[in-house]
Design a protein around this ligand. Structure first.
Ligand code: 5GP
Length: 184
């Protein structure tokens, strides 16, 4: 089936990552993760809500046995990080003794993922790694080791493919940069 024709949403200034680009990269990530975790049972911890679209595609590209759990964190309001991270929903299952791979939508300052790493470390997982769909390396305030990264992107506020602006745009099948005053 041909890929969908993409006419950007009126609030989107430009498309940064197209659907075919994203699809191809997720296939590569899935293959790498499957090789790295061969013979092990993987637990994906998806950070709500931004990572769920990425999670759905990534899971289907992973060929080792895996289960999924969800965690809710909040630090953003509008287009700015508040810097204060809150746990809004905890895991259902204990991560103790498990091979945990955190699935995150985007790492920006690194404050959110740093908080999550510290939190999960205290619960004694067997291993703990991060797979981030997007990485804004130049914005980092906390260094965090990202084992798997989909795309390195510049310091611009992006939406689509799970990422929102005030809960909108998550359903866009691409990643785009919002127009100034977009989302109003
Ligand atoms: P950090 O704590 O690393 O600064 O931010 C991580 C969280 O902020 C992400 O999980 C995401 O929810 C949000 N975030 C950071 N940059 C962006 C962006 O460009 N677009 C959107 N929609 N959310 C972002």
């Amino acid at each position: 089936m041909p890929d969908r024709v993409q006419s950007p949403h009126p609030d989107i200034e430009r498309i940064l990552l197209t659907e075919p680009q994203i699809k191809a990269r997720i296939a590569e990530l899935g293959a790498r993760i499957s090789r790295d975790y061969a013979g092990r049972e993987l637990t994906l911890v998806s950070v709500l809500k931004g990572s769920v679209i990425f999670l759905g595609d990534l899971m289907r590209a992973i060929t080792v046995d895996c289960s999924v759990d969800f965690i809710g964190l909040s630090s953003y309001s509008g287009t700015k990080s508040s810097g204060v991270v809150r746990l809004t929903l905890d895991l259902r299952e204990s991560p103790e003794g498990k091979d945990i791979l955190i699935v995150e939508d985007i790492v920006d300052t690194g404050l959110t993922i740093h908080y999550l790493l510290e939190n999960l470390k205290t619960r004694s997982p067997r291993s703990l790694e991060i797979c981030a769909f997007l990485n804004k390396a130049e914005c980092r305030q906390r260094e965090v080791g990202l084992k798997y990264v989909g795309f390195d992107i510049p310091d611009e506020f992006v939406v689509g493919f799970g990422l929102d602006h005030n809960e909108r745009f998550r359903n866009l099948p691409y990643v785009g940069v919002m127009r100034p005053n977009g989302g109003k």
